[in-house]
Design a protein around this ligand. Structure first.
Ligand SMILES: Nc1ncnc2c1ncn2[C@@H]1O[C@H](COP(=O)(O)OP(=O)(O)OP(=O)(O)O)[C@@H](O)[C@H]1O
Length: 594
């Protein structure tokens, strides 16, 4: 404790000056997407003036405002700025800040350096100061640009400071909510690796609750988890949230749109009023702003995406290829060979069943594995680590893998079936081209889906390069037929009107059209209709396809790929893992019906 105080008191002015200068000299601040004039290279948020820091040496228990390595304190400038709703900073990857010069705890600096991280990414830079000041915030940045550490670094640093002063406690000081087990695990891992001296716990369904209860009893600094299991632990008296000072909703739009809203609210009700709340995602539909007043106090919006820009990370090449449904399975192999060039590839299907079937069929020629919510948790973990470690290079997954998953060096994403919304397209595609790397994504579509492809382009602000059609002579398509389907009917897209019906044009990415049947029902905004169908093609904007039971033409498959029965009584959830990840009693999202 002593050494930390000495370290801080002797050195904090220098790094603060460095941070101020660095921030001032590099950022191009946008306000409502109109660039503001830069004065002598300084940052000039509207009505803000310069970002003033007031030095403060006194640290109290209230570490929302007073504490932190740089002693950030809201000065007049920031109070003025709090009236500003939008605070957008243009993404610029070259502008990293030397983490070692920011006065962040040495433990974090050296842990990050072991991970090869020495400079802040833009979202981390933009978030650091207001987060240190204790501001509630909504953060949006493109996929793979480091949002986890954007909230992770300030929170971990503050906890280290707090523990140094007050000693370790039993109850968590930070709670991170994530919509899937895999994402929760990943956030937990990133926190652990970045601050190895802190105790973190990751809680989610599908694993024994008793060991999680024991670990909580022992004492933790940070709890990361999916909402259902967290509520379970609260009910059992094992998780006490009364000391939580920081709460983060990772993939916030997902969490609130797919049936976890009620669970999230139940959890937030258990937290102290005095806390710092943050929401992060690569996609922040406008409707989420209607909800934020429920969860956040006077939130600052830090938006590195903007409304007019393209929504994908730089460095991702986009291709589209037209294919009849029956031929898709046969051309996916050649596409992988050509575009993944031996590297890692994720193929996204709409249903668990299709993921199984395609992986099985492709397994005759390629090393690949399926991943979806009906696979046991232990197998899901084995599959993901096998993929990460390169034991196999092709993952055939439902949208359970679309959000947040950070597998380095995925070279190619294939949308074997159209995503159910432009947001899902962004998240699926974002599994490649992470942390500044290059990648490719290929969208497979049928003639009937041409309109849907154009809508994605419009929503996402991107342009697909059309690949030449690939002629099909037998191949995997036949294999799939061998497995019980009618030859030539795989996909049955002939009978569908996907794209013709209800493929609602949105007014842009993140339009409230998303989630038309997305399951969020408690906002009272009236924008969301019947819930629970997230993940099903029929639930997103792309698919208010009427039910046609007679169209079931595929090899026993349920809905995706044009197997019919869209919007009917067939299973709606395709990613399984969300609702599956916890015994989530809230909302209809995640019902396992297939
Ligand atoms: N400052 C940095 N320097 C180098 N690598 C970094 C830095 N910050 C984060 N990374 C790495 O970048 C990768 C992507 O980060 P992260 O998963 O947080 O992205 P994200 O923005 O949350 O993406 P998504 O929207 O898909 O969830 C991770 O492997 C992470 O370790």
């Amino acid at each position: 404790m002593m050494s930390i105080i000495l370290r801080r008191s002797s050195s904090y002015l220098a790094p603060k000056r460095a941070l101020t200068a660095a921030l001032s000299s590099t950022e191009n601040v946008l306000y409502n997407n109109h660039p503001l004039p830069l004065q002598n290279g300084a940052v000039v948020p509207r009505d803000v003036g310069t970002m003033g820091f007031l030095a403060r040496r006194d640290r109290g228990l209230d570490f929302h405002v007073k504490s932190g390595p740089l002693d950030f304190k809201a000065g007049r400038a920031w109070h003025a700025e709090s009236a500003v709703d939008e605070y957008a900073v243009e993404d610029n990857k070259d502008d990293g800040l030397e983490i070692s010069k920011l006065g962040i705890s040495p433990e974090i600096v050296s842990a990050l350096s072991r991970k090869g991280i020495s400079k802040l990414f833009p979202i981390q830079k933009a978030v650091l100061e207001p987060a240190m000041q204790g501001r509630d915030m909504i953060g949006r940045a493109r996929t793979g640009t480091g949002k986890t550490l954007a909230f992770g670094i300030p929170i971990l640093d503050k906890i280290i400071q707090f523990n140094a002063k007050h000693g370790r406690g039993r109850n968590p000081l930070c709670l991170v909510l994530a919509p899937t087990r895999e994402l929760a695990k990943q956030v937990d891992k990133e926190f652990q690796e970045s601050a190895p001296g802190l105790d973190t716990i990751c809680v989610y369904g599908g694993t024994p609750i008793s060991s999680q209860m024991r670990a909580l009893d022992y004492g933790v600094d940070v709890a990361v988890g999916t909402p259902g299991r967290i509520i379970d632990l609260i009910k059992r008296g094992a998780l006490n949230l009364s000391e939580v000072q920081f709460v983060v909703l990772d993939e916030a739009d997902q969490m609130l749109s797919v049936g976890f809203a009620e669970a999230v609210e139940t959890i937030l009700d258990k937290l102290p009023q005095k806390r710092q709340s943050m929401m992060f995602s690569a996609t922040m539909p406008p409707w989420i702003r209607n909800l934020t007043h429920k969860y956040l106090k006077n939130p600052l919006t830090i938006d590195l995406v903007g409304e007019s820009d393209q929504k994908l990370a730089d460095g991702i090449s986009l291709y589209s290829i037209a294919s009849e449904m029956y031929a898709k399975a046969s051309i996916v192999g050649p596409l992988i060979t050509e575009h993944a060039k031996g590297g890692k590839c994720i193929v996204f299907t709409q249903t668990k069943r299709d993921a199984d079937r395609l992986a099985y069929a492709m397994g005759r020629n390629y090393k690949c594995e399926p991943l979806h919510g009906d696979i046991s948790q232990s197998q899901r973990e084995r599959t993901l680590s096998g993929f990460r470690d390169g034991h196999f290079n092709i993952l055939v997954a439902t949208d359970v893998a679309a959000r947040g998953l950070d597998v380095p060096n995925v070279d190619l994403v294939i949308h074997y079936e159209l995503p159910n919304s432009s947001e899902t397209f962004v998240h699926r595609t974002g599994r490649t081209g992470r942390a500044g790397k290059k990648g490719s994504a290929i969208l497979m579509y049928s003639n009937e889906q041409t309109r849907a492809v154009r809508t994605i382009e419009q929503d996402v602000g991107c342009r697909f390069t059309e690949l030449p059609r690939i002629a099909v002579e037998g191949g995997i398509g036949d294999m799939l037929s061998d497995m019980g389907g009618r030859p030539g009917s795989y996909g049955g897209m002939r009978d569908r009107r996907y794209g013709d019906m209800g493929f609602g044009r949105s007014s842009g990415m993140g339009d409230s059209g998303f989630g038309r049947s997305g399951g969020y029902r408690s906002s009272g905004s009236g924008r969301f209709s019947q819930g629970g169908d997230y993940g099903g093609s029929s639930s997103g904007r792309f698919g208010s396809y009427t039910n046609r039971p007679g169209n079931f033409s595929g090899p026993g498959s349920s809905r995706s790929g044009g197997f019919g029965n869209f919007g009917g009584n067939q299973s709606s959830w395709t990613g399984g893992g969300y609702g599956n990840s916890d015994s989530n009693p809230f909302g209809s999202f995640g019902k396992k019906q297939n």
